[in-house]
Design a protein around this ligand. Structure first.
Ligand SMILES: [Zn+2]
Ligand SMILES: [Zn+2]
Length: 205
């Protein structure tokens, strides 16, 4: 049983605009097989571009593209949280964050970034930018995602990069890398503003 798949299906029912993206993400989010099985999933459930890549896939091609879709899915794990690290890239594998989250802790919440490759979460200063190192809170702006009260979009006005923040205090069932797919409409809106996501997710959004 896949927790991420269940979560993706539940969100797909709530947020029709992101339904297709969520259902596909649900199929790959907890994937644990080999590359041939992954190719089958991509051929069956993937968007057209991915199906095309899957039809020509070899182990060599995966190795040659470590930041590509297939290599990223195969590299995923569920590692523990890392404490007290102030780095904009994953302290384990050096990849950029996919999403941020607020997890309840004590009487408040702790702000964490989650790795786009290995999914490790690490603590990061709430008012800093993981991309350009901006440390002035005034230049970090939060926008509410319409209709999704537990997600907001966090933009650095200095470098124009953004990521979604999943608030687990507001929705304890949330799984950050799954829930951020539900904020698809915010990605479209952010692109219209000229902002760039810190790192596109596995399905290229
Ligand atoms: Zn990592
Ligand atoms: Zn920045």
């Amino acid at each position: 049983m896949s927790t991420r798949r269940d979560r993706a299906r539940a969100l797909a029912a709530r947020f029709p605009a992101a339904r297709e993206a969520l259902l596909f993400y649900g199929e790959i989010a907890d994937f644990e097989g080999d590359w041939r099985e992954l190719r089958e999933i991509a051929l069956r459930h993937g968007p057209a571009m991915l199906r095309d890549a899957a039809s020509r896939l070899t182990a060599e091609r995966i190795e040659a593209e470590p930041a590509g879709f297939f290599a990223r899915v195969l590299a995923r794990r569920n590692p523990p949280v890392v404490r007290v690290v102030e780095t904009g890239v994953c302290p384990s594998c050096g990849h950029p964050p996919q999403v941020a989250c607020l997890r309840p802790e004590g009487h408040g919440t702790v702000f964490l970034l989650a790795c786009s490759l290995c999914r490790r979460e690490w603590t990061f200063p709430r008012g800093h930018c993981p991309v350009c190192g901006e440390t002035s809170r005034d230049n970090i702006t939060y926008f509410a995602a319409e209709g999704i009260p537990h997600i907001s979009t966090r933009v650095c006005e200095t470098c124009g990069r953004y990521l979604h923040v999943v608030n687990l205090e507001k929705d304890p069932e949330a799984i950050p890398d799954v829930d951020e797919v539900a904020a698809l409409a915010m990605d479209v809106w952010a692109a219209e503003q000229g902002w760039e996501k810190v790192c596109p997710n596995l399905i290229g959004i």
